[in-house]
Design a protein around this ligand. Structure first.
Ligand code: GLA
Length: 404
Protein backbone atom coordinates (compact mmCIF):
# COMPACT_ATOMS: atom_id res chain seq x y z
CA UNK A 1 0.00 0.00 0.00
CA UNK A 2 1.46 3.35 -0.97
CA UNK A 3 0.41 6.87 -0.15
CA UNK A 4 0.15 8.77 3.08
CA UNK A 5 -3.30 7.67 4.13
CA UNK A 6 -2.78 4.07 5.04
CA UNK A 7 -2.27 4.72 8.76
CA UNK A 8 -4.89 3.46 11.15
CA UNK A 9 -8.28 5.05 10.89
CA UNK A 10 -7.89 6.54 14.34
CA UNK A 11 -5.39 9.13 13.11
CA UNK A 12 -6.79 12.60 12.99
CA UNK A 13 -7.31 12.64 9.25
CA UNK A 14 -5.71 13.16 5.89
CA UNK A 15 -4.89 16.84 6.24
CA UNK A 16 -6.58 20.04 5.30
CA UNK A 17 -9.58 21.95 6.48
CA UNK A 18 -12.47 23.36 4.55
CA UNK A 19 -13.41 26.98 5.30
CA UNK A 20 -16.30 27.18 7.76
CA UNK A 21 -15.88 23.54 8.73
CA UNK A 22 -15.19 24.11 12.42
CA UNK A 23 -18.27 26.32 12.75
CA UNK A 24 -20.36 23.62 11.04
CA UNK A 25 -18.90 20.99 13.36
CA UNK A 26 -19.90 23.09 16.40
CA UNK A 27 -23.42 23.48 15.05
CA UNK A 28 -23.70 19.73 14.60
CA UNK A 29 -22.39 19.19 18.14
CA UNK A 30 -24.95 21.71 19.46
CA UNK A 31 -27.77 19.97 17.60
CA UNK A 32 -26.59 16.66 19.09
CA UNK A 33 -26.72 18.15 22.58
CA UNK A 34 -30.27 19.41 22.02
CA UNK A 35 -31.36 16.05 20.72
CA UNK A 36 -29.70 13.67 23.20
CA UNK A 37 -29.12 15.95 26.22
CA UNK A 38 -25.31 15.60 26.42
CA UNK A 39 -22.32 16.67 24.34
CA UNK A 40 -21.11 14.16 21.72
CA UNK A 41 -17.84 12.29 22.21
CA UNK A 42 -16.66 13.78 18.91
CA UNK A 43 -17.54 15.10 15.45
CA UNK A 44 -16.24 13.49 12.25
CA UNK A 45 -16.45 14.42 8.57
CA UNK A 46 -16.34 12.42 5.33
CA UNK A 47 -16.43 14.00 1.86
CA UNK A 48 -18.35 13.45 -1.35
CA UNK A 49 -16.23 12.92 -4.47
CA UNK A 50 -15.99 13.46 -8.17
CA UNK A 51 -14.18 10.93 -10.30
CA UNK A 52 -11.67 12.55 -12.64
CA UNK A 53 -11.33 9.48 -14.89
CA UNK A 54 -11.84 5.71 -14.62
CA UNK A 55 -15.57 5.08 -14.77
CA UNK A 56 -17.17 1.65 -14.43
CA UNK A 57 -13.69 0.19 -14.08
CA UNK A 58 -13.76 -0.50 -10.32
CA UNK A 59 -15.82 -3.69 -10.59
CA UNK A 60 -13.47 -4.87 -13.35
CA UNK A 61 -10.39 -4.79 -11.08
CA UNK A 62 -9.30 -1.65 -12.96
CA UNK A 63 -8.05 1.84 -12.19
CA UNK A 64 -9.93 4.89 -10.92
CA UNK A 65 -8.95 8.43 -10.03
CA UNK A 66 -11.38 10.25 -7.76
CA UNK A 67 -10.84 13.42 -5.75
CA UNK A 68 -12.66 14.45 -2.58
CA UNK A 69 -14.94 17.48 -2.54
CA UNK A 70 -15.10 20.09 0.23
CA UNK A 71 -18.73 18.99 0.70
CA UNK A 72 -19.02 16.59 3.61
CA UNK A 73 -21.32 14.53 5.77
CA UNK A 74 -20.69 15.44 9.42
CA UNK A 75 -21.47 13.04 12.26
CA UNK A 76 -21.64 13.91 15.94
CA UNK A 77 -21.41 10.60 17.78
CA UNK A 78 -21.27 9.22 21.32
CA UNK A 79 -20.63 5.59 22.06
CA UNK A 80 -23.03 3.69 24.28
CA UNK A 81 -22.29 0.68 26.41
CA UNK A 82 -25.65 -0.94 25.62
CA UNK A 83 -26.75 -2.01 22.12
CA UNK A 84 -29.13 0.85 21.40
CA UNK A 85 -28.34 2.59 18.12
CA UNK A 86 -30.01 5.99 17.79
CA UNK A 87 -29.69 7.64 14.39
CA UNK A 88 -30.82 11.12 13.45
CA UNK A 89 -30.27 13.21 10.33
CA UNK A 90 -30.77 16.96 10.04
CA UNK A 91 -31.56 16.40 6.36
CA UNK A 92 -34.34 13.85 6.63
CA UNK A 93 -37.69 14.54 8.29
CA UNK A 94 -38.98 11.95 10.70
CA UNK A 95 -37.04 12.13 13.96
CA UNK A 96 -34.70 9.65 15.61
CA UNK A 97 -34.53 6.10 14.23
CA UNK A 98 -33.96 3.55 17.00
CA UNK A 99 -32.37 0.21 16.20
CA UNK A 100 -30.43 -2.39 18.14
CA UNK A 101 -26.82 -2.96 17.12
CA UNK A 102 -27.04 -6.65 18.10
CA UNK A 103 -30.04 -7.55 15.91
CA UNK A 104 -29.45 -5.62 12.67
CA UNK A 105 -30.63 -7.41 9.53
CA UNK A 106 -29.90 -6.58 5.88
CA UNK A 107 -33.05 -5.25 4.28
CA UNK A 108 -33.86 -2.63 6.94
CA UNK A 109 -34.82 0.24 4.66
CA UNK A 110 -34.46 4.02 4.37
CA UNK A 111 -31.53 6.35 4.91
CA UNK A 112 -30.71 4.76 8.28
CA UNK A 113 -29.69 1.57 6.45
CA UNK A 114 -26.39 3.23 5.49
CA UNK A 115 -25.06 3.95 9.00
CA UNK A 116 -26.78 0.86 10.43
CA UNK A 117 -25.23 -1.26 7.65
CA UNK A 118 -21.79 -0.04 8.68
CA UNK A 119 -22.35 -1.10 12.30
CA UNK A 120 -23.63 -4.44 10.98
CA UNK A 121 -20.55 -4.88 8.75
CA UNK A 122 -18.14 -3.96 11.56
CA UNK A 123 -19.78 -6.40 13.95
CA UNK A 124 -19.95 -9.07 11.24
CA UNK A 125 -16.18 -8.73 10.80
CA UNK A 126 -15.76 -9.47 14.51
CA UNK A 127 -15.24 -5.92 15.80
CA UNK A 128 -16.56 -5.03 19.23
CA UNK A 129 -19.01 -2.28 18.40
CA UNK A 130 -22.01 -1.68 20.66
CA UNK A 131 -24.67 1.03 20.40
CA UNK A 132 -24.20 4.74 19.69
CA UNK A 133 -26.05 8.03 19.54
CA UNK A 134 -25.58 9.67 16.15
CA UNK A 135 -26.59 12.99 14.63
CA UNK A 136 -25.76 13.65 10.98
CA UNK A 137 -25.79 16.73 8.76
CA UNK A 138 -24.70 16.77 5.13
CA UNK A 139 -23.99 19.32 2.43
CA UNK A 140 -23.19 16.68 -0.20
CA UNK A 141 -25.97 16.88 -2.81
CA UNK A 142 -28.00 13.64 -2.71
CA UNK A 143 -28.50 11.61 -5.89
CA UNK A 144 -26.14 13.88 -7.83
CA UNK A 145 -23.54 11.18 -8.49
CA UNK A 146 -21.27 12.74 -5.86
CA UNK A 147 -21.30 9.76 -3.48
CA UNK A 148 -23.28 11.13 -0.58
CA UNK A 149 -24.02 7.54 0.52
CA UNK A 150 -20.36 6.54 0.64
CA UNK A 151 -19.65 9.69 2.69
CA UNK A 152 -22.42 8.70 5.11
CA UNK A 153 -21.00 5.19 5.43
CA UNK A 154 -17.40 6.29 5.86
CA UNK A 155 -18.13 8.97 8.45
CA UNK A 156 -19.99 6.36 10.50
CA UNK A 157 -17.16 3.86 10.11
CA UNK A 158 -14.46 6.36 11.09
CA UNK A 159 -16.40 7.50 14.16
CA UNK A 160 -16.89 3.87 15.24
CA UNK A 161 -13.23 3.06 14.55
CA UNK A 162 -12.15 5.94 16.79
CA UNK A 163 -14.70 5.47 19.56
CA UNK A 164 -14.38 1.70 19.81
CA UNK A 165 -10.64 1.78 19.20
CA UNK A 166 -10.79 -0.72 16.35
CA UNK A 167 -7.29 -0.14 14.92
CA UNK A 168 -8.53 -0.48 11.35
CA UNK A 169 -6.70 0.92 8.34
CA UNK A 170 -8.56 3.31 6.10
CA UNK A 171 -8.72 0.91 3.17
CA UNK A 172 -10.20 -1.67 5.54
CA UNK A 173 -12.87 0.81 6.57
CA UNK A 174 -13.64 1.40 2.89
CA UNK A 175 -14.02 -2.35 2.29
CA UNK A 176 -16.39 -2.72 5.25
CA UNK A 177 -18.44 0.25 4.02
CA UNK A 178 -18.67 -1.33 0.57
CA UNK A 179 -19.89 -4.54 2.21
CA UNK A 180 -22.51 -2.54 4.11
CA UNK A 181 -23.73 -1.02 0.85
CA UNK A 182 -23.59 -4.27 -1.18
CA UNK A 183 -25.20 -6.57 1.36
CA UNK A 184 -27.09 -4.47 3.91
CA UNK A 185 -28.40 -1.72 1.62
CA UNK A 186 -28.42 -3.97 -1.45
CA UNK A 187 -26.59 -1.74 -3.97
CA UNK A 188 -23.95 -3.63 -5.99
CA UNK A 189 -21.39 -0.77 -6.08
CA UNK A 190 -17.62 -1.14 -6.47
CA UNK A 191 -14.94 0.10 -4.07
CA UNK A 192 -14.16 3.53 -5.57
CA UNK A 193 -16.50 5.82 -3.65
CA UNK A 194 -15.82 4.47 -0.19
CA UNK A 195 -12.06 4.53 -0.78
CA UNK A 196 -12.27 8.11 -2.06
CA UNK A 197 -14.17 9.22 1.05
CA UNK A 198 -11.74 7.39 3.34
CA UNK A 199 -8.38 7.99 1.66
CA UNK A 200 -8.28 11.12 -0.53
CA UNK A 201 -5.79 13.86 0.33
CA UNK A 202 -6.12 17.61 -0.08
CA UNK A 203 -4.71 18.93 -3.37
CA UNK A 204 -4.51 15.46 -4.87
CA UNK A 205 -6.43 12.97 -6.95
CA UNK A 206 -6.27 9.39 -5.69
CA UNK A 207 -4.97 6.81 -8.12
CA UNK A 208 -6.41 3.51 -6.97
CA UNK A 209 -5.76 0.07 -8.34
CA UNK A 210 -9.02 -1.64 -7.41
CA UNK A 211 -7.46 -5.11 -7.69
CA UNK A 212 -5.06 -4.80 -4.75
CA UNK A 213 -6.19 -1.38 -3.47
CA UNK A 214 -2.70 0.08 -4.00
CA UNK A 215 -3.00 3.86 -3.76
CA UNK A 216 -1.03 6.78 -5.09
CA UNK A 217 -1.76 10.39 -4.19
CA UNK A 218 -1.28 12.29 -7.44
CA UNK A 219 -0.77 16.08 -7.18
CA UNK A 220 -3.70 17.85 -8.81
CA UNK A 221 -2.86 21.52 -8.60
CA UNK A 222 -5.63 23.15 -10.59
CA UNK A 223 -5.06 26.68 -9.26
CA UNK A 224 -1.31 26.46 -9.88
CA UNK A 225 -2.02 25.74 -13.55
CA UNK A 226 -4.68 28.47 -13.82
CA UNK A 227 -7.41 25.86 -14.20
CA UNK A 228 -10.75 25.07 -12.66
CA UNK A 229 -12.70 21.83 -12.56
CA UNK A 230 -16.40 22.66 -12.74
CA UNK A 231 -18.97 20.23 -11.41
CA UNK A 232 -22.31 20.43 -13.17
CA UNK A 233 -25.16 18.72 -11.34
CA UNK A 234 -27.76 18.13 -14.05
CA UNK A 235 -30.53 17.67 -11.48
CA UNK A 236 -31.44 14.37 -13.16
CA UNK A 237 -31.62 11.84 -10.33
CA UNK A 238 -30.50 8.27 -10.78
CA UNK A 239 -30.91 5.18 -8.64
CA UNK A 240 -28.01 2.74 -8.76
CA UNK A 241 -30.29 -0.03 -7.64
CA UNK A 242 -32.52 0.33 -10.69
CA UNK A 243 -30.92 -2.59 -12.49
CA UNK A 244 -28.92 -0.84 -15.21
CA UNK A 245 -25.79 -0.74 -13.07
CA UNK A 246 -26.11 -4.42 -12.18
CA UNK A 247 -26.66 -5.27 -15.86
CA UNK A 248 -23.46 -3.44 -16.82
CA UNK A 249 -21.58 -5.48 -14.23
CA UNK A 250 -23.03 -8.72 -15.61
CA UNK A 251 -22.07 -7.91 -19.20
CA UNK A 252 -18.52 -7.15 -18.05
CA UNK A 253 -18.34 -10.46 -16.20
CA UNK A 254 -19.63 -12.25 -19.31
CA UNK A 255 -16.89 -10.58 -21.33
CA UNK A 256 -14.16 -11.57 -18.87
CA UNK A 257 -15.48 -15.14 -18.80
CA UNK A 258 -15.60 -15.39 -22.60
CA UNK A 259 -12.03 -14.10 -22.82
CA UNK A 260 -10.78 -16.46 -20.11
CA UNK A 261 -9.46 -13.69 -17.84
CA UNK A 262 -10.11 -13.07 -14.16
CA UNK A 263 -11.41 -9.56 -14.89
CA UNK A 264 -11.44 -7.13 -17.83
CA UNK A 265 -8.50 -5.35 -16.22
CA UNK A 266 -6.42 -8.23 -17.57
CA UNK A 267 -7.10 -7.27 -21.19
CA UNK A 268 -4.28 -4.97 -22.29
CA UNK A 269 -4.97 -2.17 -24.76
CA UNK A 270 -2.44 -3.65 -27.22
CA UNK A 271 -4.44 -6.89 -27.33
CA UNK A 272 -7.87 -5.34 -27.41
CA UNK A 273 -8.66 -5.89 -31.09
CA UNK A 274 -7.73 -9.53 -30.80
CA UNK A 275 -9.94 -9.83 -27.70
CA UNK A 276 -12.89 -8.06 -29.32
CA UNK A 277 -12.71 -10.38 -32.31
CA UNK A 278 -13.35 -13.30 -29.94
CA UNK A 279 -16.62 -11.84 -28.67
CA UNK A 280 -19.77 -12.63 -30.61
CA UNK A 281 -22.20 -10.42 -28.66
CA UNK A 282 -21.94 -6.81 -29.92
CA UNK A 283 -23.15 -5.40 -26.57
CA UNK A 284 -20.49 -7.28 -24.62
CA UNK A 285 -17.93 -6.16 -27.19
CA UNK A 286 -18.81 -2.50 -26.62
CA UNK A 287 -18.73 -2.87 -22.84
CA UNK A 288 -15.32 -4.53 -23.01
CA UNK A 289 -13.99 -1.83 -25.32
CA UNK A 290 -15.03 0.85 -22.86
CA UNK A 291 -13.37 -0.80 -19.88
CA UNK A 292 -10.11 -1.56 -21.70
CA UNK A 293 -9.77 1.93 -23.18
CA UNK A 294 -10.86 3.61 -19.94
CA UNK A 295 -8.18 1.83 -17.93
CA UNK A 296 -5.62 3.02 -20.48
CA UNK A 297 -6.96 6.57 -20.19
CA UNK A 298 -6.53 6.52 -16.41
CA UNK A 299 -2.93 5.44 -16.74
CA UNK A 300 -2.27 8.15 -19.33
CA UNK A 301 -3.86 10.84 -17.14
CA UNK A 302 -1.71 9.76 -14.17
CA UNK A 303 1.41 9.84 -16.33
CA UNK A 304 0.61 13.34 -17.55
CA UNK A 305 -0.23 14.66 -14.09
CA UNK A 306 2.94 13.22 -12.63
CA UNK A 307 4.90 14.81 -15.49
CA UNK A 308 3.38 18.20 -14.61
CA UNK A 309 1.24 18.25 -17.78
CA UNK A 310 -2.15 18.86 -16.18
CA UNK A 311 -3.20 21.16 -19.02
CA UNK A 312 -3.03 18.30 -21.52
CA UNK A 313 -5.50 15.89 -19.89
CA UNK A 314 -8.66 17.48 -21.31
CA UNK A 315 -8.98 15.38 -24.47
CA UNK A 316 -8.64 12.19 -22.38
CA UNK A 317 -11.60 13.27 -20.24
CA UNK A 318 -13.66 13.98 -23.34
CA UNK A 319 -12.69 10.65 -24.91
CA UNK A 320 -13.83 9.00 -21.67
CA UNK A 321 -17.22 10.63 -22.07
CA UNK A 322 -17.63 9.44 -25.67
CA UNK A 323 -16.79 5.93 -24.56
CA UNK A 324 -19.30 6.03 -21.69
CA UNK A 325 -21.94 7.41 -24.04
CA UNK A 326 -21.40 5.15 -27.05
CA UNK A 327 -19.80 1.97 -25.75
CA UNK A 328 -20.99 1.71 -22.16
CA UNK A 329 -24.31 3.51 -22.79
CA UNK A 330 -24.67 5.07 -19.33
CA UNK A 331 -24.95 8.73 -20.31
CA UNK A 332 -28.18 10.66 -20.86
CA UNK A 333 -29.16 13.69 -22.99
CA UNK A 334 -28.54 16.16 -20.14
CA UNK A 335 -25.02 14.86 -19.48
CA UNK A 336 -24.22 14.89 -23.20
CA UNK A 337 -25.49 18.45 -23.39
CA UNK A 338 -23.20 19.59 -20.55
CA UNK A 339 -20.21 18.12 -22.37
CA UNK A 340 -21.18 19.57 -25.74
CA UNK A 341 -21.94 23.05 -24.37
CA UNK A 342 -18.83 23.15 -22.17
CA UNK A 343 -16.53 22.14 -25.02
CA UNK A 344 -18.27 24.63 -27.31
CA UNK A 345 -17.49 27.40 -24.81
CA UNK A 346 -13.80 26.51 -24.63
CA UNK A 347 -13.53 23.80 -21.94
CA UNK A 348 -10.33 21.76 -22.27
CA UNK A 349 -12.25 18.57 -21.60
CA UNK A 350 -15.53 17.37 -20.12
CA UNK A 351 -17.22 14.15 -19.11
CA UNK A 352 -19.94 12.62 -17.01
CA UNK A 353 -18.73 11.46 -13.58
CA UNK A 354 -20.00 8.60 -11.41
CA UNK A 355 -22.41 5.87 -12.44
CA UNK A 356 -24.29 7.94 -15.05
CA UNK A 357 -27.97 7.96 -16.10
CA UNK A 358 -28.08 11.50 -14.67
CA UNK A 359 -26.15 13.02 -11.82
CA UNK A 360 -23.15 15.21 -12.55
CA UNK A 361 -20.58 16.01 -15.20
CA UNK A 362 -17.20 17.71 -14.84
CA UNK A 363 -15.52 20.24 -17.13
CA UNK A 364 -11.85 21.23 -17.01
CA UNK A 365 -11.60 24.90 -17.91
CA UNK A 366 -9.16 27.78 -17.93
CA UNK A 367 -9.91 29.97 -14.92
CA UNK A 368 -10.70 32.86 -17.24
CA UNK A 369 -13.26 30.77 -19.16
CA UNK A 370 -15.09 29.40 -16.12
CA UNK A 371 -17.92 31.93 -16.17
CA UNK A 372 -18.41 31.65 -19.93
CA UNK A 373 -18.56 27.85 -19.72
CA UNK A 374 -21.03 27.94 -16.82
CA UNK A 375 -23.19 30.41 -18.73
CA UNK A 376 -23.09 28.36 -21.93
CA UNK A 377 -24.16 25.21 -20.07
CA UNK A 378 -26.95 27.04 -18.24
CA UNK A 379 -28.23 28.57 -21.48
CA UNK A 380 -28.08 25.27 -23.32
CA UNK A 381 -30.19 23.70 -20.55
CA UNK A 382 -32.74 26.51 -20.74
CA UNK A 383 -32.96 26.22 -24.54
CA UNK A 384 -33.47 22.47 -24.31
CA UNK A 385 -36.19 22.95 -21.68
CA UNK A 386 -34.23 21.28 -18.86
CA UNK A 387 -34.26 22.68 -15.30
CA UNK A 388 -31.31 24.91 -14.34
CA UNK A 389 -28.14 22.92 -13.52
CA UNK A 390 -26.17 23.58 -10.35
CA UNK A 391 -22.56 24.49 -11.15
CA UNK A 392 -19.68 24.76 -8.68
CA UNK A 393 -15.89 24.32 -8.73
CA UNK A 394 -14.34 21.12 -7.35
CA UNK A 395 -11.43 21.88 -5.06
CA UNK A 396 -9.54 18.68 -4.21
CA UNK A 397 -10.15 18.26 -0.47
CA UNK A 398 -9.13 15.84 2.28
CA UNK A 399 -10.62 12.44 3.03
CA UNK A 400 -12.49 11.54 6.21
CA UNK A 401 -11.25 13.16 9.41
CA UNK A 402 -12.10 13.96 13.01
CA UNK A 403 -13.06 17.60 13.52
CA UNK A 404 -13.87 17.85 17.25
C1 GLA B 1 -20.87 4.33 -8.70
C2 GLA B 1 -20.34 3.16 -7.88
C3 GLA B 1 -18.82 3.03 -8.05
C4 GLA B 1 -18.43 3.02 -9.53
C5 GLA B 1 -19.11 4.16 -10.29
C6 GLA B 1 -18.87 4.08 -11.77
O1 GLA B 1 -20.39 5.53 -8.20
O2 GLA B 1 -20.64 3.32 -6.52
O3 GLA B 1 -18.35 1.89 -7.39
O4 GLA B 1 -18.71 1.78 -10.11
O5 GLA B 1 -20.50 4.18 -10.06
O6 GLA B 1 -17.53 4.32 -12.05
Amino acid sequence: MTGGTSGTAGTSGTGGTVPGETARARQVADAFRELYGTAPDGVWAAPGRVNLIGEHTDYNDGFVMPLALPNTVLAAVSRRDDDLLRLHSADVPGGVVELRADVLEPGDGGWAAYPAGVVWALRGAGHRVTGADVHLASDVPVGAGLSSSAALEVVTALACADLFDLGLLRWQLARLCQRAENVYVGVPCGIMDQTAAACCAEGHALHLDTRDLAQRQVPFDLAGAGLRLLVVDTGVRHALGDGEYATRRERCEEGAHALGVQALRDVALERMDEALAQLSDPVVRRRVRHVVTENARVEEVVARLEAGRIRTIGPLLTAGHSSLRDDFEVSCPELDLVVEAALGAGALGARMTGAGFGGSAIALVDEGDADAVAKAVTEAFATAGHGAPRIFPAVPAAGARRLL
